[in-house]
Design a protein around this ligand. Structure first.
Ligand SMILES: [Ca+2]
Ligand SMILES: [Ca+2]
Length: 339
C-alpha cells in the first residue's frame, strides 16, 4: 500500500514537473471560470478575532471578496455555499456577474444566508468539479479555479459518489473507502474511484480557517474530550462525532489542514491557512507587507511577460504569466492596506 502511495505521489509530481517545463500557452481569448465554494456549516460561527464581524463566516466572505478583486482578461464567476447535506448554488456562471457585482452579492443581505447545520465538504467539492468539467462550454485554454473557503471537516455527505469515512490522517489517498481518496481522484481526473495519474484540470485554491486550539486541546481529549473545540464544533453542527475524530492525536488534527494543502499543491493552486488572529491578505500586495504601494507595482512591472508558477504572488490571476492584468490588480488597489 505504501509503495502504491509513493508511486501515486511521484506520478503526479512527475506529471506536474513535466507540465512546468512546457511553454506557457495562455492566449488572449482564454477564459477563466472561478467557482467560489464557501463553507456555511455551523462551525463557521466560531469567533475569528482578526475579522470585522468576528467569525470564521465573516472571514470566509472577506477572503472571497478579496479574491474577487483580481483582474483577468475574461473571468466568469459562480458562488456556492454548502451546509446540511448538499451545496447551494447562489450565483451560476450563466448570470455573468462582473467581479464587482459578485463582491456586492456576497456583501448583500441575505446574500449567502447564515451558517448552520453540518458540513458536506466532500460532496460539495465533487459537485463543483463535476459542474465545471461537465456543464461548461470549455475551450482547451480555459482555466478552471475552485476557490474553497472552509474550516473543514467532512461530516455530512450521504448518498453521493464522494461519500466515505475520514481517512485516519486525512492524507492517505490509497484507502478507497475514504472521502479524501474520492475527492483527490475527482479533482485529479474527474472520477472519484480511479486514482489520479494525469495533470488535473481544476486548480484548487484552498483557504482554511484554522483554530490552533484544536491541535492543542486534541492532545488532551482522552482526559477531557468534551473540552475539545473540534468536538464542540461538531456538536454545534448537530453532527455525530466520528470515531476517528474522537481519537485524533494532535498530529492528525494538524493534517486536516494538510488535506487542503495537498489538494492545492497537487493541482497547482494556492493554500492559505488562517488562525483566528491572522491578518487577512491584501489583494494587490505582491511582496507580503499587507499594503499595496509603488514597491508592488515595481515588482510586477519589472517582471511583465515572465513565466511564473501559478502560486507566485506576482501572478494574482494565476495564469502562469506576469501580465497587464496582474499590473491592473496592483493599480486598482494602490494605497490599500490590511491591518
Ligand atoms: Ca506590498
Ligand atoms: Ca498573470
Amino acid at each position: 500500500m505504501k509503495s502504491f502511495l509513493r508511486n501515486y505521489r511521484f506520478g503526479l509530481a512527475g506529471a506536474l514537473a513535466a507540465l512546468a517545463t512546457l511553454p506557457v500557452t495562455s492566449t488572449a481569448d482564454a477564459r477563466d471560470y472561478v467557482l467560489l465554494l464557501i463553507d456555511r456549516s455551523g462551525s463557521m460561527t466560531i469567533p475569528s478575532a482578526g475579522t470585522p464581524g468576528g467569525t470564521r463566516w465573516e472571514t470566509a466572505k472577506q477572503l472571497a471578496i478579496s479574491d474577487l478583486g483580481v483582474a483577468a482578461a475574461d473571468r466568469k464567476y459562480a458562488i456556492w455555499t454548502f451546509d446540511g447535506t448538499t451545496h447551494v448554488e447562489h450565483v451560476p456562471f450563466s448570470d455573468d456577474l462582473s467581479r464587482e457585482q459578485a463582491q456586492d452579492f456576497i456583501r448583500s443581505s441575505p446574500g449567502l444566508g447564515a451558517p448552520g447545520s453540518t458540513t458536506p465538504l466532500a460532496g460539495a467539492i465533487c459537485d463543483a468539479v463535476d459542474h465545471m468539467l461537465l456543464d461548461l462550454p470549455l475551450a482547451a485554454d480555459d482555466q478552471l479555479f475552485l476557490n474553497l473557503y472552509s474550516d473543514g471537516l467532512e461530516n455530512a455527505t450521504v448518498m453521493h459518489p464522494c461519500e466515505g469515512p475520514s481517512s485516519p490522517d486525512h492524507l492517505n489517498p490509497t484507502d478507497p473507502d475514504t472521502w479524501e481518496y474520492k475527492v483527490f481522484n475527482k479533482l485529479f481526473n474527474g472520477d472519484p474511484d480511479i486514482p489520479g495519474r494525469v495533470a488535473p484540470r481544476v486548480v484548487a485554491n484552498a483557504a482554511v480557517l484554522f483554530d490552533h486550539e484544536i491541535a492543542i486541546f486534541a492532545d488532551k481529549q482522552n482526559q477531557n474530550p468534551s473540552k475539545s473545540p473540534l468536538i464542540e464544533s461538531l456538536l454545534r453542527e448537530g453532527a455525530p462525532i466520528p470515531p476517528d475524530v474522537s481519537a485524533f492525536p494532535s498530529r492528525a488534527v494538524s493534517q486536516l489542514g494538510q488535506f487542503f494543502r495537498f489538494i492545492a499543491d497537487k493541482t497547482g493552486g494556492r493554500y492559505r491557512a488562517f488562525a483566528p488572529t491572522s491578518r487577512l491578505p491584501q489583494v494587490g500586495d505582491v511582496n507580503g507587507d499587507y499594503c499595496v504601494n509603488k514597491k508592488d507595482l515595481s515588482l510586477v512591472t519589472a517582471s511583465l511577460g515572465s513565466s511564473v508558477d501559478r502560486y507566485s504572488p506576482l501572478d494574482p490571476n494565476q495564469n502562469g504569466v506576469v501580465d497587464i492584468y496582474d499590473e491592473e490588480t496592483v493599480k486598482k488597489h494602490m494605497g490599500q492596506c490590511k491591518q
